[in-house]
Design a protein around this ligand. Structure first.
Ligand SMILES: Cc1cc2nc3c(=O)[nH]c(=O)nc-3n(C[C@H](O)[C@H](O)[C@H](O)COP(=O)(O)O)c2cc1C
Length: 234
């Protein structure tokens, strides 16, 4: 069998800029209504080391008010500065290859009729989305309650749109996954600063995308977590 050299192995999956950018499609989210988040409400003062040292996965959670979750997402994931048109690039607290930020943060609010919302990172608004298949939201809530039964909380899903990374880079998919890890970690650290609890889940959250788009979407789910108020036991 021919030997695979280390140098060949180490190039597998390496990202390479394309000579010229390919055309790409832009996703339209089915927004029914939205509300502006206004100014950021900062967390109680705490130093960076305290946040780093206290971050941990919290599994005993109750639902936090939507305003609190929305404010968390505004702090963790909204664009601070944007440039370029197609594609639009931006500066946010988490890093992203090429400043593309190909991930949307979705929130699934549990309840008898679960709702799905999205942070618009450029307009600092929370959008209510019209689900084409609402049953898939119920399926996601059920799955989360099996994984983290002590969390009656909201579910975050990272929705990845690989179109722009693919248009600019060859072998771009790993960029999207690496961005997803950075974004979830940033949300987790911000949740800690806000005294909210978060636990990532092994499920990716594809039910949320099926709920919104049915079977046909170029997006894919790249991670999920429960987030809410930690329940402290005496
Ligand atoms: C990608 C990922 C998936 C995870 N999936 C689950 C899960 O399905 N259920 C769970 O209880 N914890 C899950 N966790 C939480 C880890 O178990 C937790 O991060 C780990 O025990 C370390 O604890 P810490 O976050 O408090 O440092 C996940 C964490 C990550 C990063």
């Amino acid at each position: 069998m021919p030997a695979v050299t280390n140098s060949r192995l180490s190039r597998q999956g390496d990202v390479r800029p394309r000579g010229s950018m390919l055309p790409f499609d832009t996703v339209t989210w089915p927004v029914t209504r939205s509300f502006g988040l206004g100014n950021v409400v900062p967390p109680m003062p705490s130093n960076f080391m305290e946040v780093l040292e206290t971050r941990s996965s919290e599994r005993h959670l109750s639902r936090a008010p939507l305003r609190e979750v929305a404010n968390l997402l505004l702090v963790a994931a909204a664009a601070r500065h944007a440039w370029g048109v197609s594609p639009r690039r931006s500066l946010r607290p988490s890093h992203s290859a090429g400043a593309i930020h190909p991930l949307s943060v979705l929130v699934v609010r549990s309840g008898p009729k679960p709702r799905i919302l999205r942070l618009d990172p450029f307009a600092a608004r929370i959008e209510f989305l019209r689900p084409e298949r609402p049953k898939r939201l119920v399926d996601l809530v059920d799955a989360a309650s099996r994984i983290v039964p002590s969390a009656a909380a909201d579910i975050l899903v990272l929705a990845a749109d690989p179109a722009v990374p693919n248009a600019i880079y060859e072998e771009a998919v790993s960029l999207v996954w690496r961005d997803a890890g950075a974004l979830m970690q940033t949300i987790h650290l911000c949740a800690t600063a806000f005294r909210l609890g978060l636990c990532p889940m092994g499920i990716l959250g594809h039910e949320a995308l099926e709920a919104v788009f049915g079977d046909s979407t170029a997006l894919f789910a790249a991670g999920s977590a429960v987030v809410g108020r930690p329940i402290t036991h005496p």
